[in-house]
Design a binder for this molecule. Structure first.
Ligand SMILES: Cc1ncc(COP(=O)(O)O)c(C=O)c1O
Length: 384
């Protein structure tokens, strides 16, 4: 019998109050294959960053994206930082980042010594506005970081045109959008380099984990070297410059390889769940549903809605009302330019409006049709 370890006190409190039919916002979908590959990695003794699964995961995930090279990292944050560091972004430089994103998008720019410059986002796709990129260009702009927020790709055609005209790097923050497409190209193959996250709530997970994709083989080699304390593969313990330990373990990658066997199934199920939500929430006054712009494939990482008048409850009132019905939800991110480290007197208005009304609904591919129906029914009840 495996020993049941106690949960941390706050987790205990969180989970003990949950009714049996509680619907969390996300649960990873792990199975026998994950357990088998991890066991194999343990039995092989290759539990750190050497071992067959790391290379296999890099190859399989980058092939899935349609990119030539994959470089696995310890998480999505280290992936973003490594990418910008490897591109030579540093003090005195500016990187244009959407104001509505997870804080890692901005923090990783600061880690390099550069400055994040916050751009407003589109009211429909919630992604970076190309005209904002143009507005914020300065002689110091070195890169733009489109974020495929909650699963809808940023407008990459326009962003690529601006980047080409102004010689900017495009660092895709694709943490939330595994398998999403702009045209016939998947995220991870839409800029110079892309960073993915495999945190437990992502479309596929490795527990903690990240990966960079690029079509630039020289950049990939540099990313690999910098990931490993800037040690050239041919000269052990020789460090040409200051690097990092941002390596992924073989244990994480074992989970990742197992997850890759199901990535298409997870995405198909998430898109089906989005259809079910769209049918179940259709016509509710004050509820705005997420879009899929023509020419794009949204993977609906977090199926999200905007809640505003004439809906009788505000977004902040809906969260506890759903919770009372055993349904978890999450408010949208705070705009980055409203957070203490990045506080602006004039935060980007559309990001602010979305942040006040946006709500992430349960989105795991494990959700049953009945659970989605229960969530939609809860919204209909609240609508009165
Ligand atoms: C948009 C975005 N960027 C970056 C990250 C960072 O990834 P990680 O949590 O793996 O460090 C996340 C993670 O949630 C994210 O949502």
């Amino acid at each position: 019998m495996p020993t049941q370890l106690p949960l941390l006190p706050y987790l205990e409190a969180e989970t003990s109050q949950r009714p049996a039919d509680f619907i969390p916002v996300y649960t990873p979908w792990l199975g026998d294959r994950e357990a088998e590959y991890v066991l194999e990695a343990v039995q092989s003794g290759w539990i750190s960053s050497l071992g067959k699964y790391v290379v296999q995961f890099e190859e399989e995930f980058s092939r899935f994206c349609g990119a030539k090279c994959g470089v696995a990292t310890s998480n999505g944050t280290t992936a973003l930082h490594l990418a910008m560091h490897a591109l030579g972004i540093g003090p005195g430089d500016e990187v244009i980042v959407p104001a509505l994103s997870f804080v890692a998008s901005a923090n990783t720019v600061v880690y390099t010594g550069a400055k994040p410059v916050f751009a407003d986002v589109d009211m429909e796709t919630w992604a970076l506005l190309p005209e904002e990129v143009e507005r914020l260009l300065s002689p110091r702009t070195k890169a733009v970081m489109p974020v495929h927020l909650y699963g809808h790709p940023a407008p990459m055609g326009e962003i690529r045109a601006i980047a080409e005209a102004h010689h900017l790097w495009i660092v895709e923050d694709a943490a939330e959008a595994h398998g999403a497409c702009a045209g016939d190209r998947r995220t991870g193959n839409l800029g110079h380099v892309a960073a993915f996250s495999f945190f437990a709530n992502k479309i596929i997970t490795t527990g903690e984990g990240g990966l960079l994709t690029t079509n630039d083989e020289a950049l990939a080699a540099r990313l690999r070297m910098l990931r490993d304390h800037a040690m050239p593969p041919e000269k052990r313990y020789w460090h040409e410059e200051i690097g990092f330990n941002y390596r992924m373990t073989n244990l994480q990658a074992a989970v990742g390889v197992a997850q890759m066997a199901r990535i298409d199934e997870f995405i198909a199920r998430k898109r089906r769940i989005a259809e079910l939500y769209a049918e179940g929430l259709a016509g509710l006054p004050g509820i705005t549903l997420p879009v899929e712009k023509p020419g794009y494939t949204n993977v609906f990482w977090m199926y999200s809605v905007l809640i505003d008048a004439p809906f009788p409850l505000t977004r902040d009132e809906v969260i506890p009302a759903l919770r009372q019905r055993g349904i978890d939800s999450r408010p949208f991110f705070h705009p980055l330019d409203t957070l203490p480290p990045y506080l602006s007197e004039t935060p980007q208005p559309q990001a602010l409006a979305l942040s006040r009304t946006g709500l992430n609904l349960p989105s795991s591919p494990r959700l049953s049709d009945e659970q989605v129906d229960r969530i939609c029914q809860a919204f209909r009840d609240l609508a009165g």
